[in-house]
Write a protein that binds this ligand. Structure first.
Ligand SMILES: C[S@@+](CC[C@H](N)C(=O)[O-])C[C@H]1O[C@@H](n2cnc3c(N)ncnc32)[C@H](O)[C@@H]1O
Length: 173
């Protein structure tokens, strides 16, 4: 039985580490979608969550490059520069319990974040951080309602006015 929090963590990592959205397959989960949309509403975007029953369609219709994260793939340090040079929209594929063999052949590249088994959440986070060269850690999310004011200790939140959408927006106070 899959712990649904793992799928939720994949979506949260995909958003926090700089992607534009996640498409998931398998069982549709309205609660997952609702909770991720709520995060976007409060903490900003843009970030989309979509469901597609037919995972093959996602890969086949993708208009850029596709990378499948798997411990059986090529070491990330050997292929990362090539992936970055492509300058095409990137679809990053992560698995859960069982990954069908076809995925390994349908994708452009199978990439290992170490050749040791671990987790889709960790693989995605490490891949994205290397791909975006840690610049995603400074990402300014748009249309957020809340923002953390970093503190040495304790918690401080800034509740922003409704029309606040970051420094790229002319309505910035
Ligand atoms: C917990 S693993 C289980 C994979 C499953 N046993 C299978 O059929 O291959 C879930 C996912 O984590 C990711 N993953 C785990 N270890 C990885 C590694 N060393 N490098 C890249 N991705 C990894 C892969 O995307 C994998 O599909």
């Amino acid at each position: 039985v899959r712990d649904q929090r793992i799928t939720s963590h994949c979506a949260l990592v995909a958003r926090a580490f700089g992607t534009g959205g996640i498409t998931y397959s398998g069982d549709k989960d309205e609660n997952l979608e609702k909770s991720i949309k709520k995060v976007v509403e409060n903490w900003g975007g843009p970030f989309e969550i979509n469901y597609e029953k037919n995972w093959k369609k996602i890969i086949k219709n993708w208009k850029g490059k596709t990378v499948h994260l798997t411990m059986y793939g090529l070491p990330i340090r050997d292929v990362l520069d090539g992936i970055k040079k492509c300058k095409k929209d990137l679809l990053v594929i992560i698995g859960s319990q069982h990954v069908p063999g076809e995925v390994y052949h349908l994708t452009d590249l199978n990439v290992a974040v170490t050749n040791q088994p671990h987790s889709e959440v960790a693989a995605l986070a490490v891949f994205l951080d290397k791909f975006f060269e840690s610049k995603e850690l400074e990402k300014n999310f748009k249309n957020k309602k809340i923002k953390i004011i970093p503190q040495e200790r304790g918690k401080k939140l800034n509740k922003l006015p409704n029309n606040y959408c970051g420094r790229f927006c002319s309505s910035t106070p």
